[in-house]
Design a protein around this ligand. Sequence first.
Ligand code: NAP
Length: 276
Amino acid sequence: MSQLNKQVIFITGASSGMGKDAALQLIKEGHIVYGAARRVQQMEDLTKAGGHALPLDVTDENSVKKAVDTIIKNEGRIDVLVNNAGYAVYGAVEDTTLDDARRQYEVNIFGLAAVTKAVLPHMREQHSGKIINISSMGGKMYTPMGAWYHSTKHALEGWSDCLRLELKPFGIDVVIVEPGIIKTEFADVMHQPLLDRSGSGPYAKMANAVAGATEKSYAKGQSSSPEVITRLLSKIVRSRKPKTRYAAGKFAKPMMWIRKYLGDRIFDAVVMSQVK
Ligand code: NAP
């Protein structure tokens, strides 16, 4: 790869799932890749493949600053930021503590914003850069028991649209990626806490149905592999003029189409037909 095409890429949430898969592929494609997450030991494969692994908790501003400072010290620039770190709090609103809800926002919104804010001065100085925000089809639609998670992704959609306008004069692109159902650790992280919150009590029937439907839809063969999103990220990294949004992975396009064109009641019926 020529020096001109080689990019410095910073990916949050690279210890598993889509972040790790994308990091490994982008290393293979010849880019300088920094993966970051709390579980640094789970990123040894990135360093073995020729990339870099940084400790990062997106909710800790010192940790964010340290990670960005390290990349700038080593490389002098950051060309692409992939804001991928995130997770889902599921459970009835009534059963979910506000502390759990706040934590969801701290990671999916304020943490993502902290990383973005730390990277921006460097991209502005370069007068170039790409910020790729991993939203979800869930940023456009909704599922029962997912109020806190979906609201963070809906917020991310609007936040990213505003940021795109704000950063255009500086030559920085903001791109939103909306994955469908992708086989990662995502469902495992969400499943047990959902049952702990709402698996018994007034919301038990719906909570158990959502847990069952989640298990089924994330089973191997039913969900898409992270490679689907990796291919997309690789294409966005290469693109001179990326689109504002990309959707990919199981159910993303049809579910978002139904949500957009058929109205609330029909969408409610479609989504509840999956939760039985
Ligand atoms: P995953 O396998 O659970 O990966 C999540 C990553 O986020 C992990 O590397 C985790 O690393 C990191 N992370 C979580 N909290 C963090 C924190 N406080 N600081 C730094 N890193 C943190 O799930 P995934 O599916 O690949 O998720 C990636 C993104 O895709 C998320 O934003 C998710 O909402 C979104 N998404 C997923 C799906 C899906 O079906 N899988 C669909 C739509 C959107 P550590 O635990 O090591 O910190």
